[in-house]
Structures are given as C-alpha cells and as structure tokens.
Design a protein around this ligand. Structure first.
Ligand SMILES: *Cc1c(COP(=O)(O)O)cnc(C)c1O
Length: 317
C-alpha cells in the first residue's frame, strides 16, 4: 500500500520534471459559491491533466522497464503513460477501442507511443492490451491498481495542503479513484481535520456505489464526461477510500457543464467535464459548503471540439 514516504519520494522525483501547478482563489467565483474556493489548476500540466504525475512516477520506478509497457485508455491515462515512457526511453503501446477519436490518437502518437486498435469496448480493449503485452513480453499497466500511480498523484495534494494547510475540505473528481485515494493519504498525514470528498457523475456511478455498498459493483456508463467514465471499481483506491474518504457526491452531466462555464468566465480556465465536477458538487451542495474553505481540483482541460462547442452554446435554452 502507498504511504506518505512514497508520496514524498515521488515529489522529489517530479520536481526534476514538472513544476508545481498554480492554485488561486477567485473572488467572483467565491461570491457565486458562497465559500472560499481554491482552484487547483491541473489543466496546466504538459498533457493537460493531473495523471502525468502518476505516469512519470510509475515509469521512473518500473523494474525491467526496457522491455516496454502496454496500457489501455482513450484519454488522459494514455497520454500520461506515453509521457512517462518517452521521458525514460521506454517502448510504449496504447490499446484503444475501435474507431478511436483521431485527436486522441494524434496526442498519444505525438508523445512517441504506438496506438493499437483492439476491442469494441473499453473492457474488450483491456483484454486486447493483455494479449498485446503477452505477445511483446511487455509490462501491462493497470489504470488504477498501481501503488506508484497513487504515490505520484499524491504530490498534487501535497502541493495543495502545503499552500493552504487550514482547508476544511478538498473536493476530488473520481473515475477510478486514484486521485481521491491519494488525497485521503496526504490529508491524513498533513491535515487530519481536512475532509476529502469524492465526486462522480450520476450517469456513471460505479466507484460511488461501490464505496457506499462496501463491495465492488459494476454500473452502466452513460456519462459524456470522459475522465469520470468507468463502469467498474478498482480495488486499490477503493480500499483506501473505504477507510478514509469523508463523503462521496454525485452530480449530473448538466451540472458539470454549468460548472465548466463558470470556470471559464470566473476562473479564466478551460476545464474538461471531469475537471469541473468538483465545482459542480460544491454548487449542488451550497448549504453544506457555505462559508468553508475548500480546494477544488480542476483535474484536466482536454475538452475536444464537440465539448468546446457545447460549452459555448447558451445554457438553459
Ligand atoms: C482520470 C481523470 C479523473 C479521475 O481520476 P481517477 O484517479 O481515475 O479517479 C478526473 N479528471 C480527469 C481530467 C482525469 O483525466
């Protein structure tokens, strides 16, 4: 299990590769929310998302990495692993389900990884990735059941709590749960009074429902929000969250879109849907957060053309 020492070690490693990301509080946003919000800008990372912290940390520590790695993802996890692999000269293949989004293929290929198309769904792509890893004799990387990924992601929460040690809460968007689990570990060590609250889309609640039920369940995945779209729970982050997470909220995809618009106008920043989920949760539970000092993680900014068009369309029409 990842602990604080692993996270501190990851922080020294990452200091040589990526600078800390900014975190600002915006008065207009605060007055809209009725709380003192601190916006952590992980959308300013070189791949546009926090996951790069985990990718670099995993690849740096991987024994026998010269034989190469295989990962499966259409999104930010793919870019994170490709980024880490390029940094350490490790051969990298990314498996994506059929008909992948060309801009996502281009992003991964630009980082020097090979894209392999396999499977009709993400579940089938995982199987194809396992076969590809066996065929090439490479290490298969899990999206979440990797202690080094949680250690790397934990550096984000180290930065938050070092900058603002007296936060009442940190709100974290959840897909697989590596971010929320890492936040729990850091808060326990540095700020035991700080609550860690997860957020998922109500249209893909597998991690949320698994946490509430105390057992791993599958759920339909109907959200349009990429970073939060997982149909199953992951054992490692669930184990940490079960012990340490304060609460887990659900928001709708429309609430997330409204929050994306607010971040654009009031925090001068482009959040992809997942990156706006924390703000959406604070606004949906206004009474609960009123007057409190809360960090919200803008986990990423990789909004594609269709998503951008929808953000700019008038709301409430
Ligand atoms: C992956 C991702 C998430 C979810 O993170 P997990 O660690 O999988 O829970 C949230 N936001 C963005 C932008 C992501 O890429």
């Amino acid at each position: 299990m990842t602990d604080m020492r692993d996270i501190l070690r990851a922080a020294s490693l990452l200091a040589g590769h990526i600078p800390p990301t900014p975190m600002w509080s915006y008065p207009v946003l605060n007055s809209v929310a009725g709380a003192e919000l601190w916006v952590k800008h992980e959308n300013t990372q070189p791949i546009g998302a926090f996951k790069v912290r985990g990718g670099i940390t995993l690849l740096a520590a991987l024994p026998d990495r010269d034989r190469g790695v295989v990962a499966y993802s259409t999104g930010n996890h793919a870019q994170s692993i490709a980024f880490g692999a390029r940094l350490f000269g490790v051969p990298c293949a990314i498996v994506m389900p059929e008909n992948p989004n060309p801009s996502k293929v281009a992003a991964v290929e630009a980082l020097g990884a090979t894209v392999v198309v396999g499977g009709a769904t993400m579940v089938e792509a995982a199987g194809a990735a396992r076969a590809e890893a066996d065929r090439l004799g490479r290490r298969l990387i899990s999206p979440a059941d990797e202690p080094e990924i949680i250690a790397g992601v934990g550096t984000l929460y180290l930065e938050i709590l070092r900058a603002q040690p007296d936060l009442d809460a940190i709100v974290v968007p959840v897909g697989s749960g590596t971010g929320a689990a890492a936040a729990c570990l850091v808060a326990r060590a540095l700020a035991p009074g700080c609550q860690v609250i997860g957020v998922q889309s109500s249209a893909a609640p597998a991690a949320h429902d698994s946490w509430r039920l105390g057992e791993m369940v599958l759920r339909p995945m109907k959200t349009r929000v990429d970073g939060l779209a997982t149909g199953s729970a992951y054992a490692l982050p669930q184990a940490v969250m079960r012990e340490l997470l304060t609460d887990f909220l659900l928001v709708t995809d429309d609430e997330i879109r409204d929050a994306q618009r607010l971040l654009l106008t009031h925090a001068h920043t482009l959040a992809e849907g997942a990156g706006a989920a924390a703000l959406a949760a604070v606004l949906a539970r206004r009474e609960e957060f009123a007057g409190r000092k809360v960090a919200i993680v803008v986990s990423g900014g990789n909004a594609g053309p269709a998503e951008l068009a929808a953000i700019f369309q008038e709301s409430g029409a």
